[in-house]
Design a protein around this ligand. Structure first.
Ligand code: SF4
Ligand code: SF4
Ligand code: SF4
Length: 250
């Protein structure tokens, strides 16, 4: 189980979008009001009407399906909690976009050099012992950061002490085998538009069940993609070496 998590309490959110703003700043994106998750919006505060809001971001699954289908290990789960994506490794096959049960990863379709985009749980900040930028910026405590175990306990306490306010389950405690983003949902806050049918167990075992039934196609495709990856790396290494050689000759 990962060490850290983000807890979003829908009943405390006032829709100020400080989390969105902090996220954009932290990720060097132009300031804007998000209208959904997209290449420039790694988190989105959805206005549900009647002063109710929902937050959307990568759930940082304990056993992420996106990572399990990636043929070159461009997505990886850190023991601290974040599921991170590596530009150096990614070959752009976009299997992860199809595999994610929460429909999170986005692609820079309009860029000549497109990248996959999703929340990285501020992994660089966690490595420095700092909380995520969104949790630090939230003025009401609707988004908090801490140890996953502690946040689960805190969530249970809030539900038990005020069962009329909260739905009785913590979204993310079990979904897809558990996630590093946990959500407390209000009974009268309207639907938070979170996928309702995510099974309460690790999904990679399903993807591997399917892959096992495709003994020829997948290994061959995997070898092909691995080859493409190797060729890309090789081409870049050659270009670097040639550049260095030219530099020496000048
Ligand atoms: S929510 Fe989707 S993108 Fe995020 S870790 Fe889980 S499977 Fe991967
Ligand atoms: S954890 Fe970091 S990258 Fe993810 S939504 Fe919060 S601020 Fe953005
Ligand atoms: S900063 Fe906090 S209160 Fe403001 S929109 Fe984000 S989660 Fe809600």
């Amino acid at each position: 189980m990962s060490v850290y998590a983000i807890l979003f309490d829908q009943t405390l959110c006032v829709g100020c979008r400080a989390c969105e703003e902090a996220c954009q700043q932290e990720n060097h994106q132009p300031p804007h009001q998000a209208e959904g998750l997209d290449a420039e919006s790694l988190t989105w505060v959805e206005d549900l009407g009647d002063e109710n809001y929902a937050r959307h971001l990568c759930m940082h699954c304990e056993n992420p399906t996106c990572a399990s289908v990636c043929p070159v290990a461009a997505l990886q789960k850190s023991p601290l909690g974040p599921v991170t994506w590596s530009a150096e490794r990614c070959i752009g096959c976009r299997y992860c976009m199809l595999a994610c049960p929460f429909h999170v990863p986005r692609y820079q379709w309009n860029s000549p050099n497109p990248e996959l985009r999703k929340c990285q749980m501020c992994a660089h900040r966690l490595a420095q012992g700092r909380p995520t930028a969104c949790a630090e910026a939230c003025p009401t405590g609707a988004t908090t950061f801490g140890r996953r175990r502690t946040l689960l306990r805190e969530g249970r306490n809030r539900i038990e002490s005020d069962p009329e306010t909260y739905l009785e389950t913590i979204y993310g405690r079990q979904e897809a085998g558990g996630t590093s983003v946990l959500m407390l949902l209000g009974r009268t806050c309207g639907t938070a538009h979170l996928p309702a049918n995510v099974p309460p167990y690790d999904l990679p075992r399903l993807t591997w069940g399917v892959l096992e039934k495709l003994p020829l196609i997948i290994p061959v495709w995997g070898v092909f993609l691995g080859g493409v990856y190797w060729l890309t790396q090789r081409r870049e290494a050659v270009a670097r070496a040639e550049g260095a050689e030219k530099g020496e000759q000048q």
